[in-house]
Design a protein around this ligand. Structure first.
Ligand SMILES: Nc1nc2c(c(=O)[nH]1)N[C@H]1C(S)=C(S)[C@@H](COP(=O)(O)OP(=O)(O)OC[C@H]3O[C@@H](n4cnc5c(N)ncnc54)[C@H](O)[C@@H]3O)O[C@H]1N2
Ligand code: MOO
Length: 393
């Protein structure tokens, strides 16, 4: 039997298998959460002209008083050219007329029958946003592989893009498996538990904007699993949970083999999450997550999310980590690298409760995972530890 793989080696082997999704062109307004398939290059300059940053008066030159000759409104510019000693009323976002070189704040202005005086007089350039302050036509604003956030969506629109080329949505099938699982959490018999992993995994994938099709709970028979897998023919990625271990009723591995999948690797030296199984069938990648809910969560976080980000072509598919001080004494670590459920407060971390791989209460309280290397000795409170932030998804 081969030894369980280390985390980074397993992640690298998985990402090397990631399907490369094709691209499609969609409305920019619909692109939230999608990944750019090409660079976004500015089609226009922003602002397109010198604009006023304040409501007030656009002045021409230094003077004791400026003669009011008109108005420049946002979307309705003044059509003339100002000469020294002239001014126009101007609103925020309106074009500064040719000849004007500064803007006087309305609150600092006095209007004596069209003679505008200033206290204090503004220096040249004051309150003018110069043309191109934000970006110029032809600037590369966003690069291929960037995921669209609300701000990036606004930037693409401002740059003149009504549509964007993005990676198509991954088709993901999520399968719950286990004889003990009840589909209805409100109608659970004493020998049953509610199926919760599939919904949890789908919720973790939601920010990555995939097409998720849920199947199950599927009973622990090879025929039932074969039926479920047959429904996943079109999937780019199949994620199962449960049945990944070595018990007599852990049938994911044989069911995958029967389906024609090839096992790429099985078992990772991490806790929780040891029985993770990875297989391929054509371009489809199958992740067999362990059934314990926390093991399912941690392996989805460390493997499924990076796999989907990589399939979409995202630059950096891995979650970010930071170093924080632990407020609790941490126990020694065995041969498996451990991911402890923890809560961050004021730049420190403390354990979130039971570290059993079935304990959803601690997972639900946690907002980060403390990463403890295999074979680490016990660590006293106050020492620095590496932490994965779960808020980053
Ligand atoms: N002899 C050994 N036994 C086990 C080993 C081992 O190496 N040798 N590994 C243990 C580890 S580590 C884990 S993790 C679990 C994983 O087992 P499975 O992936 O086969 O999961 P199941 O046995 O099917 O279920 C485990 C546990 O999780 C609950 N479960 C399963 N699916 C769901 C779901 N969709 N929603 C909610 N809860 C679910 C299930 O009821 C079980 O309680 O194996 C150890 N055993
Ligand atoms: O992965 Mo298992 O949850 O380590 O017990």
């Amino acid at each position: 039997m081969t030894a369980p793989l280390g985390l980074e080696e397993a992640q690298a082997r998985l990402l090397a298998l990631a399907p490369q999704l094709s691209s499609e062109r969609i409305a920019t307004e619909a692109a939230l959460g999608r990944v750019l398939a090409e660079d976004v290059i500015a089609l226009r300059t922003q602002p397109p002209a010198d604009l006023s940053a304040m409501d007030g008066y656009a002045l021409s030159g230094d003077a004791q008083a400026w003669r009011l000759v008109g108005e420049s409104r946002a979307g309705l510019p003044y059509s003339g050219v100002l000469t020294d000693g002239e001014c126009v009323r101007i609103s925020t976002g309106a074009m500064v007329p040719p000849g004007a070189d500064r803007v006087l704040l309305q609150e600092d202005a006095r209007d004596d029958n069209g003679a505008i005086t200033a206290a204090p007089p503004p220096p040249p350039g004051r309150h003018i946003r110069p043309r191109g302050l934000d970006f110029h036509a032809e600037d590369v604003l966003l690069t291929r592989g960037t995921r669209i956030t609300a701000a990036r969506l606004a930037l693409a629109l401002a740059a003149g893009h009504g549509t964007l080329a993005v990676t198509r949505r991954a088709r993901v099938v999520v399968i719950d498996s286990g004889d003990e699982l009840s589909a209805d959490p409100a109608a659970c018999l004493p020998h049953q538990i509610p199926a919760s992993n599939g919904a949890m995994i789908a919720a973790m994938l939601a920010p990555l904007d995939c097409e998720v099709n849920r199947i199950g709970p599927v009973p622990d028979t090879q025929a039932a699993l074969a039926d479920a897998l047959a429904r996943a023919e079109d999937a780019d990625i199949v994620i199962t949970s449960g049945g990944a271990s070595v018990g007599d009723h852990d049938l994911i591995k044989p069911a995958l083999t029967e389906w024609g999948a090839e096992i790429a690797f099985w078992k990772i030296a991490i806790k929780p999450g040891k029985p993770l199984l990875v297989a391929t069938r054509g371009d489809c990648v199958i992740l067999g997550l362990p059934g314990n809910p926390v093991s399912s969560f941690v392996t989805a976080f460390l493997f499924a999310l990076p796999l989907l980000r990589a399939a979409a072509g995202e630059h950096d598919p891995f979650a970010r980590t930071q170093k924080l001080r632990t407020r609790d004494d941490l126990p020694a670590v065995g041969p498996r690298r451990e991911f402890l459920r923890a809560v961050e407060a004021d730049g420190e971390v403390c354990l979130a409760g039971s570290q059993d791989s079935s304990a959803l209460t601690a997972l639900a309280a946690a907002d980060c995972l403390i990463d403890r290397p295999a074979h680490s000795p016990a660590l006293p409170a106050g020492e620095a530890v590496r932490v994965f932030n779960l808020r980053n998804g």
